[in-house]
Structure formats: C-alpha cells, structure tokens
Design a binder for this molecule. Structure first.
Ligand SMILES: [Zn+2]
Ligand SMILES: [Zn+2]
Length: 887
C-alpha cells in the first residue's frame, strides 16, 4: 500500500461526502451564528490567486469556528452586473446574460474544486430579477427618505466605456509617468477611467444620485468605533470623507446677493484681497446674463474642466464688501474654485494660501501679510511664497498681536457674518450609468407628472433582451423605452439609465440571511439577530468605494427602521497582494499561477502559510514545495502508524514531555487562529509534526500519546487543509468527519508551560555550546545537576531587600541550614533578577521529561539529578540553570 497522498482522488472523495452530508448548510433556526464573509467575486470567468487567498482565509476561519461549536454562516454569491459582461458579449456576438451565467458556472465549479465550504443553498446572483428587484425597491425607499436626487450635473464621462463615472472611478494618473513630454500644461489626460485608462472627459447630463453626503458626519464619526478595522482603511475613509472644520463667512456683493465662503483660516480674513466664485456658482450665472466675458469664461470652464482651466479667471463688474474693514474687493469667476467644494466661493487670501497665491500672482492682485510666524521672523516676504502656518496676527485691527487660534475663537464670538462651519470632501454618489447590464432605475418620465416611481407591485422592471449597439442599448430599445405613466396613464418614457453595480454590493450581505424571501429584501428580525458580519475579508482596493457604500446603506436602512445595526462589519481583514517576481499577479502581465498547477490543497495551504493575511507575499515554487511536503509528511506518519504501528502501553518520562508539547501547541494554535495568523498556525503544526517524528524514531511510541499527537495535528491542520484533514481523521478514527469534530482542548493548563519550556530549551542550547567549545567529539555521558534546594528558597525571598538583609533572613531560616558565607556568595550572584522561579522539583521533572531530546541529539547517556551536599559538580548550578557535566 502506498503511503503517498494522492491529492486529486482524496479531494474528490471528501468533496462528495461533504455535499452528501450537507455539512456547510446553516439551519434556518440558528441562533446568532458567526457570519464569515469573503467579498463576493465579480463574474469575470475565472478565479485568480487573489480570490483563492481571500476565500482560503474565510474558509479556514469558518471551519475553525465551526469546530469551536459555532453555527457558521459562510455563503457565496456573484457580483454579476457590470460593463465587462456587456463588452464581452458585444465582442462575441453573445449577450451579457449567457456570458455571465457561463462565467458563474465555471467559477462555481472552481470554488467547489478548491473544497471551500459554502452554504450553497444561500447562493445569490445580482443580475437575476429576484435579486435586482430589491435594488429597485430599495431605490424607492431611499427616494422616499429624501436620499435620492435627480440633477443636471457636469459628470465624468469615459468616451471608451461610453458611460458616466463616479469621482472614485476616476484615477489620477501619477505625475512621474506623465512627464515625458516636458510640457508643464495640465490637461484632461491626468484623469483617466479606472477601468480602461482612457482620459476622462466631461458632459452635462441629468443624473441620479444617492445623497450619501447627508451621512458624511456619521460615516466619519463612526470610524472611531470600528476597532475591528485596519487603521489604514479607516484613515483612507476618513481622508475620503474629508471632514474640515472652519468658518462660513458672508460677503455682501453688488450687484447680486450675499455670497458665503468657507474658510479653515478665518484668522487671515484681514488679508483677503479679492473674492472668487466657481464657474457653476449662482453669482456667476447671474453675472453671465449681462456680461459676455463671464459667459464666455463659464462656457469654456464647463467644456474643459478644472484641470485644464487651471488658474485662469475673469474679473466681473461686481464688488464685494469686506465684512471687517468695509473695503471694496474685486470679484472673480475662477476655475480653480470648485463648484462642489465648500460653498463654491472663496475669499482670496494670497499671503497665506497656496492656491490663492498662484491666482493673485497671475492676475496682479495685492498680496498682504496678516500673520507673522511665531518664531519671530519679521522680514518674511509673502510676495514670493505664502506663509500658511498659524502665528501672530498683524494688520488686523483690534486682533493684531493675538495668536491665530485665539483670533479664530474671537471672530466667531464677535462677528455675525462669521460662523462655525464644517465641510466635507465627500460628494453625493452618482449612481446613473448609461449602460445595459445593470439594474434598471425604476422611474418613468412623464411630460405632465415629471418623474414618477414605478409602483412596488410592478417591480421588478426587468431588463429587455440585449441589443448590440455602441450607445446605451436600453435607449435603443423602443418597447422598453416607451411606456405609460403610472400616474396619469398617458404615454411616457422609461428611464434608461441603470444603477452603478456598487449598489448591488451595498446590501448583498443582508440577502444571504434569507435569499429566497419574496416579500422583502431581507428578514429584519433575523438581521437584528445575526448581524453584524463578524468577519469580512477582501482586497485592500475596496477601502473606499464598496466599504463606504456598505456603511452608508446600513445606516440608511437603520434609519428606515429596517435594521437595528448601524455598522455592517465587526472585523475587517484587508488582504494583501500575491506577487510574482515582485509584481501583482494579473492576466494582463501574464504572470498568473493557477490553482490547477499545484492542486487545491497545496495552493490553499501555501497562500495561508506564506504570510499574515494583510501582508503581500511572493509566490515562489520553493515555498509552495514546503506546503506540499508538510502534507506528504503528515500523511506518511499517519499511514504508517495506522498500518504498522508498534506501540507500547507503559508510560515513560518522555511521554509527559510530548503531552505537554501537544497541549502547548493546541493553546498556541487556537490563539493564532483567533488572530488570523495562519502562517503562525502552520509553523506550530510543522514543529509539532517534527517532534512527533522524532519521538517515534527515538523509542517505540506510547499508543495514547502518539495517537493523540497525530489526531491533534490533523484537527489543527484541517481548517487550512480540509481534505487531508478528513483523510487522516478517517484513518485514525474510522468514523465521523473532522469538519464536524470538536476543536481539541489542552488536557491541562498550559499558562506556566511557556516559561517552563524555556528552561529545557536553554539547557539544551547550553549543552550544545559546551560540546562545541570544548570540542567534545563523542560525548558519552551528560549529567544535568539541578541546584540545591536551599538556593530556590533564598531566591524566592524578598528581592527588594538589600543583600545583607537577605543573607540575615536566610541565615535565620531553619529550613535553609547553610553557612552564612555560602549564602552570601550565592546572594551576590542573584543580581536583580526577579523572574518567575520554578521549584527545584519542577525543574528536575521538566529536565527529566526533556532529557530524551539530549540523548537523541548527542547519542549519550543523560542523567538528571539534584545536587547533593558538598557536591563538586553542582557548584555552578543555579535555580533556572542546571550545572552541566559532560564526559
Ligand atoms: Zn473607460
Ligand atoms: Zn403622467
């Protein structure tokens, strides 16, 4: 019989058994199960190594929790809408639906081949009407809550994808890669489509938005409580939301109305030398009505966008009144002022603001210094460069001489036109997409009634058949487009935009709770019991888009009374990248390693044991080999034990050592699983397996001890290598599944053992050193002599006392009974080490239990004994450090 572990055959068999016994299904009546979720995959057609790593992490943790006795919810589904399906269908003369379903079949098969344990009865697919009808239903509920707006907006437009992009889907191309031409002028090429890298242009369109900005304050404040999230992700979200405290300052403008500006530095207000509004500002529109130069500039700015328009601007006929000095300031329309940042208007303080400084320099506006650095630099010239720090305020009326901070507070108190205010960088979420393969927005446009929501009982608005066209297929679809108004019954036009696919993924974790529910998107009672998601694992590229939207949705649903939970995810694991030759594995780079090359189990075990989940790691054949070898060697040990194991019944000293080590490993591995340190789990298991091998080679193994050791290795390894786990469990036990087994428990308390084992490790190291230094070729006899009892008593006495006091106390102690001089010279060597002391007996027992390791390593007779009175060999022994005598 071969002892070789035949992966393919074993995998197929156990996958069959798991499915037959339905071991991963979570009962509907489960009470607060542990919810373990990997970000569901986009249906691209195949799993890549990032997926494998992601799902190996959730699977290992789900299995671990299941063995700990938890009910575990570990579902899988498909993020199935999106432009790539549409493009692929277009290229292949197919349709997105068939293409996507084929991808799903392939990917589902791959996941099953990997042996991931999902509750497939909960599978969801976002492109199916049963799912996306709830996107439409939720759109309506958000609308009713006032969280949807329909607005003309200048939007990012990708000419290649022929769709609008959210701000977060526009990538800023890095400067370095774009400075080939040496042309300093910025252009639209700096901003590219996240998907196809085509330079992004602008268009003005009527668009649907979710007003996520209403939750800006909550979403940013909530980050403080997300202790289970990586700091990096929280910081990225915090920056993305971009909360800023400052002041809203009102300027009277003539002609026109008052204009509010937002400033984080109201203390610089005396340095304001002009007012500037964005091209989209209401004042700019008003002035454009009578001023051709303004009209021309506003049009140009809209066409080109802020990057190209740079620091250009146009002076208007209007003037603004400085709220402090009453002075008249010129008013500009300037492209560097953005419509949707702050109030879309700024007071220009060129002496103390970088951007204002550039603008003022280009337009010959006065630059004045009203803040002096606190370090006493008096001759600082802000004409060359602005001074942007805090300092001492000057040329500012009664505020001169005060510190910036003080002036800010005073102004709020003193001046009616200056008020505390907060702004956010976060923009509303543009969800309109002019594409086919997404959820139709459930709206009808009627000439008389305006936009009318499709009634609930007419949902879902289903996608019609795909039309091949370069534009928006829905707009080309006559029978879809033409409908009747739900309110007045007159002919009307159906909305042809579909929803951003990030809407689908913003609440999918809720659908897994009750995937077949026909009356609602999810079961509220169950959600209140089963949520939040205990563990969520996914790539770190999702730090903003998805992970922000899912938080927004959860809060909005809570405010609608559909949920109690306001945060969806308790603990987030943001997994690192799998690299190959230092680069991210990707099909476009042609450096993809597929799971098929190494087999499911080896791949899983390798990606888990290579690094901490949050770290990047390099895929190397050598390290994969390590994962493979571990399985083979454990398999060989179990097979040979089961087939031909000669064991004994009576216990020997070193059996206790094994028992202690098995217990210690269980405790350590349990802690590592709890902390997601699978790489540490693998190391611990590898060490225990090595020890068991040595134990068996050293002496005939004790049946109970060795069997327990092998069962422990099997159980601890099985969350990471479940097929091997089942195979070995079956060989060792003959019945039951390891997936349903109980997690092993240490047989004794191992708290003290970590410290105890350092004694044996150190002693063996010392033996090695002595053999080395003394160049003893072939030691025959090694004696380990534990220090005399009295030394432990003295060492356990009060170390805070002076040496003399300690000696006095020891002399007075009858149980010690050693001469003062001997005690004194021992106390001298004690030093200030107050480390935990073992008793003499315990030390001796531990060394006896571990002495077989010394025998094994040096092939010598090893004895362990306590020091005798007047023992010459024992003179060097100290508590925690036995004397070593080698001959
Ligand atoms: Zn594109
Ligand atoms: Zn109507």
């Amino acid at each position: 019989m071969t002892s070789h572990y035949d992966h393919a055959q074993v995998q197929e068999f156990w996958q069959y058994v798991w499915e037959r016994d339905d071991v991963y299904a979570l009962p509907e009546d489960a009470t607060d199960p542990t919810y373990v979720l990997g970000m569901f995959p986009y249906t691209s057609g195949e799993l890549h190594m990032g997926h494998i790593r992601n799902y190996a992490i959730t699977d290992a943790y789900a299995r671990y929790r299941r063995m700990q006795g938890d009910g575990v919810l570990h579902p899988m589904g498909w993020d199935a809408f999106g432009l790539p399906a549409e493009n692929a269908a277009y290229e292949r003369a197919s349709d997105p639906e068939s293409w996507t379903q084929a991808c799903i079949r392939r990917m589902r098969e791959e996941l099953k081949t990997m042996g991931f344990g999902y509750d497939w009865s909960r599978e969801i697919t976002t492109c199916e009407p049963d799912y996306y009808r709830w996107n439409q239903w939720l759109f309506k509920r958000l609308y009713e809550e006032g969280l949807v707006k329909y607005e003309a907006a200048t939007v990012n437009w990708c000419p290649d994808c022929e769709t609008v992009l959210a701000d977060a889907q526009v990538d800023e191309r890095s400067e370095s890669s774009d400075q080939v031409s040496g042309d300093a002028a910025s252009h639209d090429g700096d901003r590219v489509c996240w998907r196809c890298e085509t330079p992004v242009g602008r268009r003005e369109l009527d668009q649907w938005f979710f007003t996520i900005t209403e939750y800006a304050e909550e979403l940013t404040a909530g980050l403080d409580d997300l202790d289970g999230w990586p700091d990096g992700v929280r910081e990225i979200q915090r920056n993305w939301i971009g909360r800023q405290e400052g002041a809203r300052i009102t300027f009277e403008v003539d002609p026109g109305n008052a204009v509010d500006v937002f400033s984080t530095r109201p203390d610089t207000i005396y340095g304001a030398t002009y007012l500037a509004v964005s091209p989209g500002h209401e004042l700019a529109r008003q002035l454009a009505a009578t001023d051709d130069a303004v009209t021309e500039y506003v049009d140009r700015a809209r066409e080109r966008g802020p990057e190209e328009i740079g620091y250009s601007g146009v002076e208007t006929e209007a003037t603004a009144t400085h709220p402090m000095t009453g002075e008249e300031l010129p008013v500009y329309v300037a492209g560097y002022v953005l419509d949707d940042v702050g109030t879309g208007a700024v007071m220009g303080v060129p002496g103390h603001n970088e951007r204002d400084h550039v603008f003022a320099s280009e337009h010959d506006l006065p630059i004045e210094r009203v803040i002096a650095p606190k370090d006493g630099t008096v001759d600082l010239d802000v004409g060359d460069a602005p001074y942007t720090g805090d300092g001492i305020v000057e040329h500012s009326g009664k505020y001169s001489g005060l510190e910036s901070e003080t002036v800010r507070k005073r102004l709020f108190a003193d001046v009616g036109a200056i008020e505390n205010d907060v702004t956010y960088r976060l923009r509303d979420w543009l969800i309109s997409r002019q594409r086919y393969w997404g959820t139709p927005i459930p709206v009808v446009h009627c000439d008389d009634c305006g936009h009318v929501l499709v009634p609930d009982d007419e949902l879902p608005v289903e996608l019609p058949e795909f039309v091949r066209t370069t534009g928006n297929p829905l707009a080309e679809h006559e029978s879809f487009r033409h409908t009747t108004c739900p309110e007045c019954g007159e002919p009307a036009r159906r909305e042809t935009d579909t929803m951003d696919t990030f809407v689908d993924s913003s609440w999918y974790y809720l659908r897994f709770l009750s995937p077949d529910l026909a009356e609602a998107p999810f079961d509220t009672d169950r959600a209140d019991e089963w949520l939040p998601v205990d563990i969520y694992v996914g790539g770190d590229e999702h730090a903003i888009l998805h992970l922000l939207y899912i938080r927004f949705f959860t809060r909005a649903l809570a405010d609608m009374g559909l949920l109690e939970q306001r945060e969806p995810v308790e603990k987030l694991v943001s997994q690192g990248t799998v690299l190959y030759d230092g680069e991210k594995m990707s099909s476009s780079k042609g450096n993809v390693v597929t799971p098929q090359e190494y087999g499911a189990e080896t791949t899983r075990l390798f990606v888990l044991s290579a690094a901490h989940p949050e770290q990047d790691f390099e895929w190397t054949a050598n390290n994969v080999r390590g994962a493979y070898d571990l399985q083979q060697s454990v398999h060989r040990m179990v097979t040979s034990f089961v087939n031909e194991g000669e064991t004994r019944v009576e216990r020997r000293g070193h059996d206790d050592y094994l028992d202690e080590e098995i217990d210690r490993t269980i405790a350590a591995v349990t802690e590592e699983y709890d902390r997601f340190r699978f790489h540490r789990v693998a190391t611990e298991i590898r060490e225990l397996a090595r020890l068991l091998r040595r134990y068996r080679a050293f002496d005939q193994p004790h049946d109970d001890v060795y069997r327990r050791g092998l069962l422990t290795v099997t159980a601890l390894l099985s969350p990471m290598a479940p097929h091997l786990g089942e195979e070995l469990w079956n060989k060792l036990r003959g019945d039951g599944l390891v997936v349903e087994a109980e997690w092993p428990e240490p047989a004794r308390n191992v708290d003290a053992y970590e410290a105890e084992r350092r004694l044996t490790e150190k002693t063996i190291d010392d033996v090695r050193d002595i053999v080395d230094v003394a160049a003893i070729d072939d030691p025959e006899r090694i004696e380990l002599v534990v220090a005399p009892e009295w030394q432990y008593r003295v060492a356990a006495m009060n170390h805070a006392a002076s040496d003399a006091t300690l000696v006095d106390q020891a002399v007075d102690d009858d149980r010690i009974g050693v001469e003062r001089a001997t005690i004194a010279s021992f106390v001298e060597t004690l030093g200030s080490d107050t480390g935990q002391q073992l008793s003499a007996d315990r030390e001796r027992t531990l060394l006896e239990q571990a002495s077989w390791l010394v025998t094994d390593e040096f092939d010598a007779t090893v004895t362990v004994r306590a020091a005798e009175p007047n023992d010459e060999s024992a003179t060097k022994a100290r508590p925690g450090k036995p004397a070593i005598d080698i001959s």
